[in-house]
Design a protein around this ligand. Structure first.
Ligand SMILES: C[S@@+](CC[C@H](N)C(=O)[O-])C[C@H]1O[C@@H](n2cnc3c(N)ncnc32)[C@H](O)[C@@H]1O
Length: 289
C-alpha cells in the first residue's frame, strides 16, 4: 500500500471512530464474526463492519455497557443474550409471493401432478420463513391449486432461527401495504380485514393458519423433522452461508425429500455439488432424483 493510501485509510478510520459512541475495532468485529458463524453459520463479509455496529449499538446502550468488548463478555455468559444477538444479526427481508414462479409451479404443475397420481397428502417445509409470508403464500397456493384442503392431509412446517420474526409469523397479522401488490383473488383467498386495534391490518384466514406449524429451528443444527417431505423452500438464506455450509445443508435436504420431491432456492443462490441429487426444472426449481 502506498504511503498516501495508508494515510488516507488511517484518516478514514479515525473519522469513523470519532463518530462512534463506543469503541469498536477490528478485533471486536472479528469476535462478532466468529460468534455469528458458530451460532448460525452466517459468514459475515468484511464490508459488514459498520452494519454490525449499527445493529448492536442499541443493545450495548440498553445494557449500560461501555464498549463492544464488554458486550462480548455478556454474550459469552448468557444464552438469552445469544438469542438477542442472533435476532439482531439476521436479515429478514421477505414478501408475500416473493419469486412468484415457485408458487405458480406449485399450484399449476406440481400439486396437479400429485393429484393425478392419487396422492392426497402434502408435507412442505419453509426452512427460513422470516415473518411467515413465504409459508402463508404456500398455503394460499394450495387453494389456487383447487384442492380441498380439508380432505387432504397437509402440514406446512415453517422454521427460522430468529425468535422475533416467528412471533410475528404466528400472529398472521400484517399491515395492509404488505399485500397491496397481490391480485384480488389472492387477497380474498388469504386474508380478512382487521378490526379495532387491527383496523389498518389484514389477518390470515384461520383455515390457512391451521395448516402451518411455526417452530424455532437452526439450519446448522439438528432438525425436528421425522417424515419425508414433498417440497422444501430454502430461499434467500444460503447466501449468508459459506460453500461448505451450503453443501452440507443441501445434502441433508436432499436426504429428507421424497424421490420426485421439489426444492426451491433463491434467485441469487448458486447450486453446490449436492445438486447431483437433483435435476433442474429451471428457474431455481429442482426435483429430487
Ligand atoms: C432474507 S430472509 C428470507 C426469507 C424467505 N425465505 C424469503 O425468501 O423471502 C432470511 C431468513 O433466514 C433466517 N436464517 C438465517 N440463518 C439461519 C439459520 N442458521 N437457521 C435458520 N434460519 C436462518 C433469518 O432469520 C431470516 O429470517
Amino acid at each position: 500500500m502506498s504511503q498516501d493510501k495508508r494515510a488516507s485509510e488511517q484518516l478514514k478510520l479515525t473519522i469513523e471512530s470519532y463518530h462512534r459512541e463506543f469503541v469498536y475495532n477490528d478485533h471486536d468485529f472479528e469476535q462478532v464474526k466468529t460468534r455469528i458463524y458458530n451460532y448460525a453459520g452466517i459468514d459475515l463479509a468484511d464490508h459488514k463492519k459498520d452494519l454490525v455496529y449499527n445493529r448492536l449499538i442499541k443493545r450495548v446502550r440498553d445494557l449500560a455497557l461501555n464498549s463492544f468488548d464488554e458486550y462480548l463478555t455478556v454474550l459469552d455468559n448468557s444464552s438469552e443474550e445469544i438469542a438477542y444477538f442472533i435476532n439482531a444479526m439476521t436479515t429478514n427481508l421477505t414478501s408475500f409471493y416473493r419469486e412468484p414462479h415457485h408458487f405458480e409451479f406449485l399450484s399449476e404443475t406440481y400439486i396437479p401432478s400429485l393429484f393425478q397420481q392419487g396422492q392426497r397428502s402434502l408435507r412442505i417445509w419453509s426452512s427460513a420463513c422470516s415473518v411467515g409470508e413465504e409459508a402463508y403464500s404456500i398455503a394460499i397456493s394450495l387453494l389456487e391449486a383447487n384442492i380441498d384442503i380439508n380432505e387432504w392431509d397437509i402440514k406446512i412446517l415453517a422454521t427460522d432461527i430468529n425468535t422475533d420474526v416467528l412471533k410475528t409469523a404466528k400472529t398472521g397479522i400484517y399491515s395492509l401495504e404488505r399485500i397491496e401488490n397481490l391480485s384480488l383473488i389472492r387477497k380474498k383467498l388469504g386474508f380478512m380485514r382487521g378490526k379495532n386495534e387491527n383496523i389498518n391490518k389484514v389477518i390470515v384466514k384461520e383455515n390457512l393458519k391451521k395448516l402451518i406449524d411455526f417452530q424455532h429451528s437452526n439450519l446448522i443444527d439438528i432438525w425436528n423433522i421425522d417424515e419425508p417431505l414433498d417440497v422444501i423452500f430454502c430461499r434467500n438464506v444460503m447466501i449468508y452461508f459459506d460453500k461448505e455450509t451450503q453443501h452440507t445443508l443441501l445434502d441433508r435436504m436432499a436426504k429428507l425429500l421424497k424421490p420426485g420431491g421439489i426444492l426451491f432456492i433463491g434467485h441469487s443462490e448458486s447450486p453446490t455439488q449436492a445438486m447431483k441429487y437433483f435435476k433442474s426444472l429451471g428457474r431455481t426449481t429442482y426435483q429430487k432424483l
